[in-house]
Design a protein around this ligand. Structure first.
Ligand code: C5P
Length: 264
């Protein structure tokens, strides 16, 4: 099997092949988790998705968050291009809800390419797709379910989002690194910080990935470029993206709080 970046061949599965998934199942909602990034902003070390939070790799938390929704029956993990075997072994060490199928495929050079490779192995029977960043390991299952419900109720593209605490300025970057002039201050009340999982009608998402080739930072913006309306459901503060070292501290604090709350 090929481990080449960008090659949509499969590295196998922890719980069944894509063909098996296609053959027998009634999957309708699948989750694709791009986890192939290096996570440079976190500092040196393992690929971001494999960094641990309280001893458990971020990716395992993220897969749990998707598999925790009863509506999700297939989770496709897009691994670092040279790390698919390692990710498969890691996932095999953990137990997963019965009825949840896991597949691992090698990712690509960009997030967009990684998502495209993940979409490429979905069985025909999948009609709705969640795309969830491994870098958002702590999204609550209620948020996942809210996105799925909106898609199942007919919205072709759904994003969870939260209001902003900070005022946002648009600036004009300076090539020499000098102070950046502010060119606009969008009205904060109209802005939202967008999280994942983002949910899509499967055919629409596939069309967006086949059509939009320039760099984007989320899947919903690709759908917007097709002229299709994207809608927002409430996101959650615990669905934040682990990007910088301080985010690791915050994520571990959230897990500690959950453990205390679960104890009562
Ligand atoms: O870089 P960024 O934080 O936007 O990455 C968001 C998600 O996309 C992460 O979960 C990361 O692992 C994933 N990614 C990927 N393939 C890449 C780059 C990023 O799957 N080539």
């Amino acid at each position: 099997m090929s481990d080449e970046p960008g090659t949509p061949s499969r590295t196998g599965s922890t719980a069944g092949s894509p063909a098996a998934a296609a053959a027998g199942s009634s999957h309708t909602t699948a989750a694709v988790i791009p986890a192939a990034g290096r996570g440079v902003r976190l500092g040196p070390g393992a690929p971001k998705a494999l960094r641990t939070l309280n001893g458990t790799p971020m990716l395992v938390h993220a897969v749990r968050a998707m598999a925790g929704s009863r509506a999700v029956s297939l989770v496709v993990v897009v691994a670092p291009p040279d790390g698919a075997a390692e990710v498969e072994a890691l996932l095999a060490e953990h137990s997963w809800p019965p009825g949840t199928e896991l597949l691992v495929v090698p990712g690509g050079d960009t997030r967009q390419e990684s998502v495209r490779l993940g979409i490429g192995v979905l069985p025909e029977s999948v009609t709705a797709v969640l795309v969830h960043d491994a870098a958002r390991p702590l999204v609550p299952v209620d948020t996942v379910d809210a996105v799925i419900a909106a898609v199942r109720n007919g919205a072709p593209a759904v994003v969870p989002a939260v209001p902003l605490a900070d005022t946002v300025k648009q600036v004009e970057p300076q090539s020499g690194g000098g102070p950046e002039p502010v060119v606009a201050t969008p009205e904060r009340a109209l802005l939202r910080a967008v999280q994942t999982p983002q949910g899509f009608d499967r055919a629409l998402l596939a069309r967006a990935h086949a059509t939009v080739t320039h760099d984007v930072t989320d899947d919903a913006s690709m759908v917007e470029q097709l002229g299709v309306r994207v809608v927002v459901v409430p996101g959650h503060e615990e669905a934040f993206k682990v990007t910088r070292p301080l985010d690791l501290v915050l994520a571990e604090a959230v897990l500690a709080r959950r453990r205390i709350n679960d104890g009562f």
